[in-house]
Design a protein around this ligand. Structure first.
Ligand SMILES: Cc1cc2nc3c(=O)[nH]c(=O)nc-3n(C[C@H](O)[C@H](O)[C@H](O)COP(=O)(O)O)c2cc1C
Length: 195
């Protein structure tokens, strides 16, 4: 009887849940390689914008290290690779790639699916396009994005990848209709092997 009741409650919960909850898909990323890479001064010496990027997908290990470098947790208390005002961590990092649109969950070091298909032109000029979203009324939002894109730029220099930050891609807010109310994208960053 108890099992029947539990099964009924589960069925009811599934019926009442929004479709996104039922269909939620997550992909756990490989742990970042925190021992490799170029020495910091060499990475700084090589950081630069590269606009001509391949769409060849990045392997999961590289993607895991890239996202961790960008905005991952680097301490047991949940603080991140980039600083944030009062440690509010008010930045959402979305990942647009051939297999869809994803949100990076730093606590789980995993991707949560937002959409089955990627956003198209002009956000399809590279293997991965990072989308940086911040609260509309946060005076520190641009600073937080800058910290994260510099982390990415240094990781790319270290890993032999190209990258370009673009604010022009964020001019059309309708492109980012998937964002929660009160959030806006200020910039994107395309990442891929240099062509
Ligand atoms: C906030 C910001 C916005 C940018 N927007 C664009 C853009 O919309 N399109 C583009 O091609 N490059 C964009 N860039 C890249 C800059 O043009 C590039 O960083 C600059 O020319 C300096 O080159 P470097 O990164 O190699 O030092 C942007 C860079 C930043 C920091």
């Amino acid at each position: 009887m108890r099992r029947t009741l539990s099964a009924s409650l589960l069925s009811a919960a599934l019926l009442l849940s929004p479709p996104s909850a039922v269909l939620a898909e997550t992909v756990t990323l490989p742990a970042p390689d925190t021992t490799g890479g170029l020495p910091l001064m060499q990475a700084l010496a090589q950081r630069k914008t590269i606009r001509n990027l391949s769409k060849e997908p990045l392997d999961q290990a590289t993607l895991g290290s890239l996202l961790w470098a960008a905005w991952g947790q680097n301490r047991p208390d949940g603080r991140r690779t980039a600083p944030s005002a009062r440690n509010r961590q008010a930045l959402k990092l979305y990942v647009n790639k051939a297999d869809g649109l994803w949100l990076y969950d730093a606590a789980g070091h995993r991707l949560e699916r937002i959409a089955a298909k990627p956003l198209g032109d002009p956000l399809d000029d590279a293997a991965v396009v990072l989308i940086f979203a911040v609260p509309e009324d946060d005076p520190y939002g641009g600073m937080h994005i800058g910290s994260v894109y510099q982390n990415v730029g240094l990781f790319c220099a270290s890993a032999g990848l190209g990258n370009v930050v673009k604010a022009s891609t964020a001019r059309d807010a309708s492109r980012f209709a998937f964002l929660p109310d009160g959030w806006r994208a200020l910039a994107t960053q395309s990442v891929g092997k240099p062509r």
